[in-house]
Design a protein around this ligand. Structure first.
Ligand SMILES: Cc1cc2nc3c(=O)[nH]c(=O)nc-3n(C[C@H](O)[C@H](O)[C@H](O)COP(=O)(O)OP(=O)(O)OC[C@H]3O[C@@H](n4cnc5c(N)ncnc54)[C@H](O)[C@@H]3O)c2cc1C
Length: 332
């Protein structure tokens, strides 16, 4: 079976791997401009929404599927896809340490609330670090690039923007290529998805982040307080990112840069140098739930979108479910 996948962000890449493992012939279409949300994603795979201390919907299922998925991809590519070490929450005082321990006593949180550690860097201000079990950080650009190279050799990768997509007599034609089934994994704004499936309830979220460096002791842990501070190696770090629902398509802003630096100074008293400043748009839905499925009239046309700020965690399971539902429909 020939499968078309429009978009090679986190969604399209996970879809492509599952299609490959199912034995399909994969045609991957992506502009190749590295302009999607996935290219600026910090890559955190984190079952807890740390800001609100709540679990991601179906956290356990996602973690199990994600573990198996990335291990299999890493094996296929003979590479390592993750930065070393888990994510840590910076606990500022004894009350927050107690709250962390109490959270670990709740049955649903227990698998994710890890041990406490002393602060590992002289510039960190607070009481302790709490380890988030089952969390990690995907090397997203490496994963996307290595996957694209794999599909270019083993399957078919088509560059350039997709500007023709037709469905007629049970056949899908995407950019002149006939396929038996096609999934739209466009992220925001989802132009082709909305053309065929109607308007999606997007509430796109702008995120800005800084790449920083400093002179002094290196920090080796990925740390969250009211934002993330993430070691990238080479004594460079990512700090961010912000959340904004306005000025969706504009470039990096001075206000976001200041917001990040002020927040950081609240718990990391180190002079930092800003090396880079980036911006991206999270494909978030109003209810924060992803959307996926097959078209009621064209059952071989599907889509996966709305991964919001959790694409690294949720794309493996959701893409697996999407293919499984196609197979189930074909068998019924
Ligand atoms: C600042 C920021 C930080 C983030 N941090 C994290 C994080 O730490 N962990 C996490 O899990 N998630 C994070 N996210 C969210 C994550 O980026 C998204 O969940 C994920 O990238 C969505 O993937 P996607 O494949 O649906 O969309 P995209 O990444 O947008 O991919 C869509 C792809 O489709 C292509 N495309 C679209 N239309 C066409 C067309 N007509 N022709 C050809 N190609 C087309 C685009 O070029 C793009 O490559 C972050 C997002 C932002 C903005």
């Amino acid at each position: 079976m020939r499968i078309g996948i429009l978009g090679q962000g986190l969604a399209g890449t996970a879809l492509a791997w599952h299609a490959h493992w199912a034995g399909y012939e994969v045609h991957l279409f992506d502009r190749g401009q590295q302009d999607g949300a996935s290219w600026v994603a910090a890559g955190l795979v984190n079952p807890i929404v740390l800001k609100r201390k709540r679990l991601v919907h179906e956290a356990h299922h996602h973690v199990i599927a994600m573990d198996a998925f990335y291990a299999r991809v890493a094996n296929e590519l003979s590479t390592s896809l993750f930065f070393p070490g888990p994510v840590h929450e910076l606990l500022p005082d004894t009350a927050s340490v107690r709250a962390w321990e109490d959270l670990g006593l709740e049955a649903s949180f227990a698998p994710f609330i890890g041990p406490l550690y002393d602060l590992p860097h002289p510039a960190l201000q607070g009481q302790a670090l709490g380890e988030v079990l089952q969390s990690r950080r995907l090397r997203v650009p490496h994963y996307l690039t290595a996957s694209r190279d794999f599909f270019a050799v083993q399957h078919h990768v088509h560059g350039g923007a997709v500007d023709t997509l037709t469905v007629a007599n049970g056949q899908i034609c995407i950019q002149g290529q006939l396929v038996d089934a096609c999934v739209l994994a466009e992220g925001y704004p989802g132009t082709w998805t909305e053309t065929f499936f109607g308007p999606l309830p997007f509430a796109p979220t702008r995120g800005e982040g800084l790449r920083i460096s400093w002179v002094g002791d290196a920090l080796h842990q990925a740390i969250h307080k009211n934002m993330f501070l993430l070691p990238d190696g080479d004594n460079h770090y990512q700090a961010g990112s912000t959340y904004a629902w306005d000025h969706i398509t504009s470039g990096p802003t001075q206000a976001a840069r200041e917001e990040i630096l002020v927040k950081l100074q609240g718990w990391f008293s180190q002079d930092v140098r800003v090396v880079d400043h980036w911006v991206g748009i999270r494909p978030t839905m109003q209810d924060r739930q992803p959307r996926w499925g097959w078209h009621p009239d064209y059952p071989q046309l599907g889509f996966l979108n709305g991964l919001g700020s959790r694409g690294a965690l949720t794309s493996p399971l959701l893409s697996q479910r999407l293919w499984a539902s196609l197979v189930a429909a074909a068998g019924s």
